[in-house]
Design a protein. Structure first.
Length: 301
């Protein structure tokens, strides 16, 4: 397995790997929707299985890197893992209340909040183009939310405004994950970094599952549910987000951010084909505006 990983790192062009990663993350929302387990359980097992798949590689090939973690690095990893857990909790729950198209588009708006956070926390310069992109995306978010309310989605048992708000919270948490982990990723190799962060995220999600208002079953699920949990880990987890983190070493972050705009498109098409979920006109129009704003913001940085 280790030799296969090394060959992939040496021979696969970064842009090809990035394209595979975008396809992989596009399946995430569909896998979440297909599962009948509680949202927190889906999130917990996705991250747990991802961690278990990476841990053997981390403790054998990257043991020296793990030993270099200082107290400061561990603190950063805890914050990063906590932010990632918040992202999963908010986004998985969002998919229970709004459409795949709206949820995935809004949660993918994290580059907007990364740009704002980099300006507010890291004193990075913000150009007029960046501000314009953020404003355009915000207009699209409002249009999507209002359009969902007016489309009659509430009658179908959904609460689009609530679901959309959760997706935005998920985007903010994802931005915190990126900002918190930026310095740590510069000092630590990919596999040790994601293994520790995913491990912290798993512990946080486990705590949330136990501390919830309504107790949830941890193991009473059908075989198909376990297959879906594993698919979430292998597809969006390993081939998606982990490959994206690897690609960031070779591809500019702005290119990666723009490439990830393919996720809402892919997820919407998969939702249409597999779930029969047809997005409304307001969702499509507002989503295009949001994607345009994200594109402007990403290319400006």
């Amino acid at each position: 397995m280790f030799h296969v990983v090394e060959r992939v790192e040496d021979e696969v062009p970064p842009m090809v790997a990035l394209a595979v990663a975008v396809v992989a993350v596009s399946t995430s929302a569909i896998l979440v929707e297909l599962s009948y387990a509680p949202s927190i359980i889906k999130a917990f097992y996705r991250v747990l299985f991802t961690t278990l798949l990476l841990a053997p590689l981390a403790v054998t090939r990257y043991r020296a890197d793990l030993r270099t973690f200082s107290r400061r690095d561990l603190l950063v990893a805890i914050v990063t893992g906590g932010a990632l857990a918040c992202h999963f909790v908010a986004w998985f729950e969002s998919l229970e209340w709004t459409t795949v198209a709206a949820s995935v588009t809004l949660v993918q708006s994290q580059p907007l909040f990364v740009a704002f956070g980099a300006w507010a926390l890291l004193d990075e310069r913000v150009t007029r183009r960046t501000v314009a992109g953020i404003l355009v995306a915000l207009v699209g978010m409002v249009a999507m939310s209002l359009g969902g309310l007016l489309s009659g989605a509430v009658v179908a048992g959904q609460r689009p405004l609530y679901g959309n708000a959760l997706a935005v919270v998920g985007a903010i948490a994802a931005a915190g994950y990126v900002l918190a982990g930026r310095s740590l990723r510069q000092r630590v190799s990919l596999v040790p970094y994601v293994t520790v962060v995913y491990g912290v995220c798993t512990v946080v999600l486990f705590g949330v599952a136990l501390a919830g208002d309504a107790p949830v079953a941890l193991t009473a699920y059908r075989p198909t549910e376990w297959l879906l949990f594993l698919a979430m880990a292998v597809g969006p987890g390993i081939f998606g987000h982990t490959v994206i983190n690897w690609a960031l070493k070779y591809v500019e972050s702005s290119v990666v951010s723009v490439s990830l705009l393919g996720e809402p498109v892919g997820s919407t098409l998969l939702a249409l084909a597999i779930l029969g979920e047809v997005p409304g006109i307001a969702t499509v129009a507002g989503g295009l505006v949001v994607l345009g704003g994200i594109y402007v913001t990403s290319t400006a940085r």
